[in-house]
Ligand binder design. Structure first.
Ligand SMILES: [Mg+2]
Length: 271
């Protein structure tokens, strides 16, 4: 099967594909959101994973970023470098995983690229939208705000599937003072949020996934829950984990003790 044949197959359910670019009318009174995420063999998955799972996961990671901004996903570009071991069945399975999640979230496949490499590489670019000026940012947390997460944590060892928290993200519009998704571990991502907001934080309780340890919940990556703050008088969904404080920007404390902002850092993992 060649590239044109793969594209013809995709066009059956993705009518935006076919020209050199997808042509999309700009939405009125909305800001557009753009995000892109790599999924790389040996880094994000192994070839032992089912192709449906790899496709689903690749899209879910980008959808989680749209959720973190309070947005709704609109269009998706999927680029993939195939390898010698990705046969037709594999490719069909991969796109099945991609499309199932796109359909569930009403996101249209609008294009992408197909190439080949020694290692399977996939890049998912997502475009979403949010009411003008309403996107949830990392920089709005203020001392006294309560910190929440959208679900229990524990990292990649305890998480079999990513569920992008799109619904909860949209509910936070106009309510949360800051928001992001937890991809690299609570400690590191909360540190990033606090740096952006120029505040410090005190964590007092962390909800754990079944079997997870507090260490894993603080420092392992791939939870993909939302992390957000709100004024104490504001009612928001989620689980309270602590409070925003004055202090050195980015400083973290857990039960009164200093907590190091250690998490998953791709540039530290190169070997
Ligand atoms: Mg993110």
């Amino acid at each position: 099967m060649n590239e044109d044949a793969i594209i013809r197959k995709l066009q059956r359910y993705a009518p935006l594909i076919g020209d050199d670019c997808a042509v999309i009318q700009a939405p009125r009174d909305q800001d557009l959101l753009f995000t892109t995420d790599f999924s790389i063999e040996g880094v994000h998955f192994t070839r032992a994973s089912r192709p449906e799972q790899i496709g689903h996961r690749a899209v879910a990671r980008s959808l989680s970023d749209i959720a973190a901004m309070g947005g709704r996903p609109l269009y998706c570009l999927v680029s993939i470098a195939l390898t010698a071991w990705t046969d037709q069945r594999w490719i069909d399975g991969f796109y099945r995983g991609v499309n199932n999640l796109l359909r569930q979230t009403k996101t249209q496949l609008a294009g992408g690229d197909i190439s080949h490499a020694k290692q399977l590489i996939c890049d998912v670019m997502l475009c979403g939208a949010v009411a003008k000026g309403k996107a949830l940012r990392r920089s709005g947390a203020r001392p006294g705000d309560i910190i929440y997460v959208s679900g229990p944590l524990g990292g990649w060892r305890h998480k079999s599937e990513i569920v992008p928290r799109l619904e909860i993200g949209r509910k936070l519009i106009g309510k949360a003072t800051s928001c992001m998704d937890i991809s690299d571990g609570l400690a590191l991502d909360l540190h990033r949020l606090c740096l952006a907001s120029r505040v410090a934080t005190e964590i007092d309780s962390v909800p754990l996934l079944d079997g997870a340890t507090i260490e894993q919940a603080l420092h392992d990556g791939e939870d993909y829950e939302l992390l957000y703050t709100a004024h104490p008088k504001r009612r928001v969904p989620g689980i309270r984990i602590g409070t925003i404080t004055k202090g050195n920007p980015g400083a973290l404390r857990y039960h009164g003790k200093k907590l190091a902002p250690i998490g998953y850092d791709h540039l530290q993992q190169r070997s």
